[in-house]
Design a protein around this ligand. Structure first.
Ligand SMILES: Cc1cc2nc3c(=O)[nH]c(=O)nc-3n(C[C@H](O)[C@H](O)[C@H](O)COP(=O)(O)OP(=O)(O)OC[C@H]3O[C@@H](n4cnc5c(N)ncnc54)[C@H](O)[C@@H]3O)c2cc1C
Length: 337
């Protein structure tokens, strides 16, 4: 089956669904391919306390459900399909799923990123109930508690420092005997009396209890030099071992960073407006345009820095507005020609 669409949105996390709300309200009848993880990363969490508009917090899956309903209300066609292959070499762009072939005038990519995990069954069991991949999101739940963080790079150092604002003790578990983080960050972190480094060590298991609600009690760790196995009593485990963007399906059709995140063009380059490159006038130098005309990207798939639900939603809005403007200019050009 071939289906024509003005806009196909890949992904149904905060970015994709926000783009869907905006493009649907602009009468572009977007088709949203939700992918294998319908709802995206927020489906893994319980209470989201930092999304504006919810003073009591909101459950991640409820927030997503509401966004989807809001998009559907304005006419978004949301489908539980995954883009298996894409051909962006000419317009209309072709996207194939196991159910259909979509021919799209434009595409908004919101395929997100997946936090790297240790590969343990137990960490997935406790994900969102004591195991977290986002200290900024969940650190505040650990006031005066004991936590461990795994990782040794800049983001691990940054997240561990952040956790010391809440937790009374932060075990920093790293496979080597020193951090990969920049010296200034590593020095600052290790000087903090709340931080206890656990060098040359890997996490073998996470354990906890199911009642009265699922929660973590500790981690089993192994010293990689001596082979000694021991337990650390902790209330939470944070993973800070990197993120993998979901961009394999695009092959080399779009420009990416070395880590595989999609690159978007500066607005100066895309819109042809000239400002001093050293300064950004409001959002005048930000765009969601990728290296191919008519294809836009938003959310964690382009974000190596903020990775928050609200920033994903914000750039989802920006992608919808960029896409809408672009479609309008293409249609105007066609009318003139
Ligand atoms: C456990 C956890 C807790 C978190 N808590 C918070 C919090 O409290 N506050 C906060 O601000 N942030 C939180 N975050 C971060 C937040 O969830 C992310 O920043 C946000 O979800 C990113 O949204 P996104 O739409 O860019 O991508 P994602 O949420 O990653 O969604 C990506 C979407 O793309 C789809 N997809 C992937 N490949 C394809 C394909 N080939 N075809 C079609 N679709 C595809 C997936 O199915 C998915 O629907 C948390 C993250 C995690 C993991």
């Amino acid at each position: 089956m071939i289906k024509q669409a003005q806009v196909v949105i890949l992904g149904s996390g905060c970015a994709g669904l926000t783009a869907a709300i905006y493009t649907a309200r602009a009468n572009l009848s977007p088709v949203v391919l939700e992918g294998r993880e319908a709802g995206g990363q927020l489906m893994w969490t319980t209470t989201v306390e930092n999304f504006p508009g919810f003073p009591e917090g909101v459950l991640g899956p409820d927030l997503i459900d509401n966004m989807r309903k809001q998009a559907q209300k304005f006419g978004a066609d949301t489908r539980f399909e995954h883009a298996d292959s894409v051909d962006f070499s000419k317009r209309p762009f072709v996207i194939k799923t196991s159910e259909a072939e979509y021919h799209a005038d434009s595409v908004i990519i919101a395929t997100g990123a997946t936090a790297r995990t240790l590969g343990l069954h137990s960490e997935m069991h406790f994900m969102g109930s004591g195991v977290s991949t986002c200290a900024t999101c969940d650190g505040a739940f650990y006031k005066d508690k004991v936590v461990a963080i795994v990782g040794g790079g800049d983001s691990a150092a940054e997240e561990a420092t952040f956790l010391t604002r809440f937790a009374k003790k932060v075990y920093l578990i790293h496979r080597r005997d020193r951090l990969r983080a920049s010296k200034i960050m590593a020095d600052r972190l290790l000087a903090n009396p709340k931080v206890i480094p656990v060098w040359n060590t890997g996490v073998e298991d996470v354990f906890g209890e199911e009642a009265p609600h699922r929660h973590v009690k500790g981690v089993r760790i192994k010293n990689l030099e001596t082979g000694e196995v021991s337990e650390l009593a902790v209330d939470g485990l944070f993973l800070a071992i990197g993120h993998k963007p979901n961009t394999e399906v695009f092959g080399d059709q779009l420009k990416k960073t070395e880590g595989g995140f999609l690159l978007t063009r500066s607005a100066m380059a895309w819109r042809g407006t000239a400002t001093d490159p050293g300064w950004s006038e409001s959002y005048s130098n930000y765009s969601t345009a990728t290296s191919l005309e008519g294809i836009f990207a938003c959310g964690d798939v382009v974000d190596t820095h903020y990775r928050q639900a609200i920033t994903a939603a914000g750039t989802g809005c920006a992608a919808a507005l960029d896409c809408e403007k672009w479609l309008e200019s293409v249609h105007n050009d066609e009318r003139i020609a």
